[in-house]
Design a protein around this ligand. Structure first.
Ligand code: TTP
Length: 198
């Protein structure tokens, strides 16, 4: 019997795991994650791993710890969460009228209390393509005034008021919202772990 820990404070990630029928508890640390990885794939995997490792000390029985990180990439730039209205505006100006990539990295630490079994460290990343409609400056400012950009990579949430500005996507929608649940299921299945029946 494994206990699942979601090492994330993101309400979206919590909802996605809950909807999938996974039982878990949430544990987060306040440590700031940093990485010197250079590609978005490597960055999101490294940051996801740090988030999972930060709560490893809490795992005292058979435990599966899941960490995740989402970043937006456009024109060789990587965008995290905007820390001001100005930063949000600059990001949305860069994204409007173009295609960009959303990367989510997931790290899974499997901790076995029975020392005969080996602990596991699994990480992967998923990418989705997003096309944003051209936007007027006024529309960008109105969206920023909703307050939605500030806790989201790239300064927008596809699941909220920004939906009206999305032309199309390619790939996994839930990966854009912050957690590629289908890939988690598949990758763990390949490792012999059925996350729905632990
Ligand atoms: C692009 C996009 C991102 N996001 C969110 C998902 C993530 O929560 C957030 C990216 O920030 P992250 O740093 O990946 O995660 P977080 O700080 O929210 O949570 P934690 O570190 O505790 O796991 O952006 C959306 O909700 N919708 C979107 O369309």
């Amino acid at each position: 019997m494994y206990k699942v820990i979601l090492a994330s404070g993101s309400p979206r990630r919590r909802e996605i795991l809950q909807q999938a029928g996974i039982e878990f508890v949430i544990k987060t640390s306040n440590k700031e994650e940093v990485t010197d990885s250079t590609t978005p794939e490597e960055m999101v995997k490294a940051l996801a791993l740090q988030k999972a490792e930060d709560v490893l000390g809490e795992a005292d029985e058979d435990t599966i710890i899941i960490g995740a990180d989402t970043l937006v990439a456009i024109d060789n730039r990587v965008l995290g969460k905007p820390d001001s209205k100005e930063a949000a505006k600059e990001m949305l100006i860069a994204l409007q009228g173009k295609r960009h990539q959303v990367y989510t990295g997931v790290a899974v630490l499997v901790r076995q209390s029975n020392r005969k079994e080996k602990d596991k460290k699994i990480s992967f990343s998923e990418v989705s393509q997003v096309w944003v409609q051209p936007m007027e400056e006024e529309e960008i400012e109105a969206y920023i005034a909703t307050g939605e950009p500030f806790d989201k990579a790239g300064g927008y949430g596809i699941q909220g008021k920004f939906a009206v500005h999305i032309e199309k996507i390619e790939g996994d929608y839930l990966n854009i919202v912050g957690f590629p649940i289908a890939k988690l299921y598949t990758v763990l299945k390949e490792e012999g772990i059925d996350i729905l029946r632990l």
